[in-house]
Design a protein around this ligand. Structure first.
Ligand SMILES: Nc1ncnc2c1ncn2[C@@H]1O[C@H](COP(=O)(O)OP(=O)(O)OP(=O)(O)O)[C@@H](O)[C@H]1O
Ligand SMILES: [Mg+2]
Length: 386
């Protein structure tokens, strides 16, 4: 059932791709296979289950008849050596018939136990997965960042191969640092280490002077706002998507956040304004609108640290400019880590880290890096920046 459900969900989620690639027959075939398997299993289960009751009854009746016949003839024939009286025998029969039901119950439970065991196996797969992020025993409370965020000799691997190697940098409080580099160089990975979605394999990350492994995870994440590469929205109203994670926000605050994210205007044009349902994963909105919703959510949370991963990638040039202005205002007095492919969006950063194959190859401001004529310069040239 679980496999069937996930196949169904995946199919529905990917319906556009399936249609676009004319892959409907393949998907139907794959679904039919799983569905038939499920049906076979169900039929087998039902057969056994339905069979067990008549089988038990018949056997029970048969045994009872045999006992009555055997015991009855023993008493009636008065076989020598037996001291079974009629009264005793009847008591025995009554007790025996009372025992039949529980015995049948045991037979049925064996069936249930098998069924439950299968479910248990599936549940255990989840329960037994190693929770990789542990909170320290006496977690340190974190106040607003006052000094710096520091990556010290950080190396990280998802599986066998290190995707980040010996990363060292320090973001002073209130500064904006940008990460650039080719696709797959490890930018998103760095931004995932900060809120402890993963833990570093070597080295450490410090929040002021606290190793984030010793800090309260809740505090840490409370201070961080994230606008991620994929906008993650829920099948709910615009309002609820924006206040997600920030309870007790007033309407005024919500609208204000939406305005900063340049989302207020399009939201007002939706049929029910802030009460419009945005559909599953926000599919009633355009890509850029989804991004502006995620930005509004981060704005409302008002954290002291901001992580923006390609936050403006799905915006047209005009709204990109507007959102960019808003973000710049937002990043003032905040410590920010910005990831962008488009170099025009990060040229104002206080420092730029150029990443390649998991290593920091160059650092400096836009002008410094341009003057260096290294990797960054090449990236700019490729984008036709000059
Ligand atoms: N969950 C994961 N499991 C295993 N490997 C992963 C996982 N996520 C990323 N990787 C690998 O880690 C490397 C760095 O990925 P990352 O997402 O950090 O790149 P990126 O710099 O953000 O790229 P992009 O610009 O395309 O977003 C890649 O080689 C990628 O294949
Ligand atoms: Mg990325």
């Amino acid at each position: 059932m679980g496999v069937l459900n996930s196949a169904l969900e995946e199919g529905l989620g990917a319906v556009r791709v399936i249609k676009a690639f004319n892959a409907i027959p393949q998907v139907i075939k794959a679904f039919n296979k799983i569905n038939n398997r499920h049906q076979q299993l169900l039929t087998r289960t039902f057969r056994k289950k339905e069979l067990s009751s008549p089988l038990n009854e018949t056997l029970g009746a048969f045994v009872l008849v045999s006992i009555v016949w055997f015991g009855g003839s023993m008493i009636l024939d008065d076989v020598t050596g037996t001291n079974l009286s009629g009264a005793e025998f009847i008591t025995f029969i009554v007790m025996f018939s009372q025992l039949l039901r529980p015995i049948q119950g045991v037979a049925n439970s064996v069936g249930y136990i098998h069924k439950a065991k299968v479910s248990l196996d599936r549940i255990n797969v989840i329960f037994d997965t190693d929770e990789k992020i542990y909170e320290a025993e006496n977690p340190v409370k974190l106040d607003e960042l006052s000094k710096e965020l520091k990556f010290e000799k950080v190396s990280f691997k998802y599986k066998d191969e290190y995707v980040l190697k010996d990363i060292n940098f320090t973001i002073p409080q209130g500064k904006t640092y940008a990460l650039v580099g080719e696709s797959g160089s490890g930018k998103s990975t760095i931004s995932d280490l900060l809120p402890r979605f993963y833990d570093v394999n070597q080295g450490a990350i410090f929040y002021d002077d606290v190793n984030i492994k010793d800090a309260s995870i809740k505090d840490l994440r409370n201070h961080i706002g994230i606008v991620s590469q994929e906008s993650i929205l829920f099948n709910d109203t615009v309002r609820n998507n924006i206040i997600f994670g920030t309870e007790n926000a007033s309407d005024e605050e919500i609208i204000n956040a939406a305005k900063i994210a340049n989302a207020h205007e399009f939201i007002m044009n939706l049929e029910n304004g802030y009460d419009t349902n945005i559909g599953e994963r926000g599919n009633k909105l355009s890509g850029g609108q989804k991004q502006r919703m995620s930005i509004a959510r981060a704005v409302l949370k008002n954290p002291s640290i901001m992580i923006l991963d390609e936050a403006t990638s799905a915006l047209d040039t005009e709204s990109e400019k507007l959102v960019q202005d808003a973000l710049e205002k937002l990043m003032e007095n905040r410590t920010s880590l910005v990831i962008a492919h488009r170099l025009s969006t990060i040229r104002n950063a206080d420092n730029i880290l150029v990443l390649s194959k998991g290593e920091i190859k160059e650092t400096g401001t836009h002008e410094e890096l341009i003057a260096k004529k290294g990797l960054y310069y090449n990236l700019c040239t490729m984008q036709g920046y000059f």
